[in-house]
Design a protein. Structure first.
Length: 254
């Protein structure tokens, strides 16, 4: 924080100056920071966002886990994920809390419970329901009002947090993105067809960029970062420099 030197004067004027200084310091300290990272599939957004949040001491908003939590509740309540009205009601009512490495649904830690195939399938179905999406965006914004956050996706800087102090559009060339995704899937023991995966990612890029509801796009005030030739730590350091340059000269952050 910039050093402020104030010569306090005696009497009423001195008290006023002290009050104004206290107010300024309090407002600066309580300011919540939002780091929005957008980009196409395979650009490394999730890995970078988690690492960045850990370095900054911010909350990482895991949007995928939030949708999974709602899908889990639907499974437990025997609600058809195709029932748009009922799913919207569940999404609005769901009490979701995020903490490093964990997610709670209505007070219960469901970190492991949301990773089943049934829940995964349900999450992909409900994520396209406009009412569910609106409810999730509202909850994400509520988290951003309570604490400083790092969030990644495809429309974070344009729709979810259009006033984010730091916006980054993270990209990499198509071949590198396919390579990364192949490595990720193989590490999980999954069989991968690189050509088929490349076609699927190309199709998703097209779909994400042309969809009517919140398409993938770089916000006008976002900084473009090509991670093709960069390692994870190099990307994190690059974004940290952006944070330092945009938030109180970055002196409060590592």
């Amino acid at each position: 924080m910039r050093k402020i030197v104030v010569q306090l004067q005696a009497g009423t004027q001195g008290r006023r100056v002290r009050h104004l200084l206290f107010w300024f310091l309090a407002e600066t300290t309580q300011k919540k920071i939002v780091v929005a990272i957008d980009g196409p599939a395979g650009a490394g957004k999730s890995t970078i966002a988690k690492g960045l949040a850990a370095r900054l001491g911010f909350t990482y908003i895991d949007t995928g886990a939030m949708y999974r939590a709602v899908a889990l509740w639907a499974v437990r309540q025997a609600v058809d994920p195709g029932d748009m009205h009922r799913m919207e009601q569940l999404a609005i009512a769901a009490g979701i809390e995020l903490s490093p490495g964990h997610i709670a649904l209505n007070g219960e830690d469901v970190t492991d419970a949301i990773r089943t195939p049934e829940v995964s399938s349900g999450a992909s179905k409900i994520a396209v329901i406009p009412g569910v999406r609106r409810a999730m965006v509202a909850k994400q914004r509520e988290i951003g009002e309570r604490t400083s956050v790092v969030m990644e996706g495809r429309d974070i800087g344009t729709v979810v947090f259009p006033n984010a102090q730091v916006k980054v559009f993270l990209d990499a060339n198509p071949d590198e993105r396919v390579r990364r995704r192949c490595e990720e899937m193989r590490a999980k023991g999954e069989t991968v067809n690189a050509e088929q995966l490349a076609a699927q990612m190309k199709e998703r890029d097209q779909r994400d960029s042309t969809r009517a509801d919140a398409p993938l796009a770089q916000a006008p005030d976002a900084i473009y970062l090509d991670s093709t030739a960069l390692g994870i730590e190099e990307v994190i350091e690059s974004i940290l420099k952006i944070v330092r340059s945009r938030v109180t000269n970055g002196r409060e952050y590592c």
